[in-house]
Ligand binder design. Structure first.
Ligand SMILES: [Zn+2]
Length: 93
């Protein structure tokens, strides 16, 4: 099991995104990446952090918002989608 390089959620094989040729893309989940493209190409890193913080708090009602934000704000910016080097690659595709 890995995790999605866009939203950071754990992914198992059934949750893999898909490439343009229909093959599975183990870097991203199917919520983020389908048919070789991000499902929400315009979402910003900040928006992703806010969204995932909310989801984390829904799943863990005891978790304080500051704690949840601390986790997502540390983890998500390091993912491949938000890495500047990767974004340069992505633009040239
Ligand atoms: Zn994802």
């Amino acid at each position: 099991m890995g995790f999605c390089n866009s939203c950071g959620q754990p992914i198992i094989k059934e949750d893999y995104g898909t490439n343009k040729d229909g093959s599975l893309n183990p870097d991203y989940c199917k919520d983020c990446f389908q048919d070789g493209e991000f499902t929400e190409p315009d979402i910003t890193l900040q928006e992703m952090i806010v969204r995932k913080t909310k989801e984390m708090m829904e799943k863990n009602p005891d978790l304080a918002e500051t704690q949840a934000t601390g986790i997502t704000a540390m983890f998500i910016p390091g993912l491949k989608r938000w890495n500047p080097e990767f974004q340069d690659d992505y633009k040239t595709l």
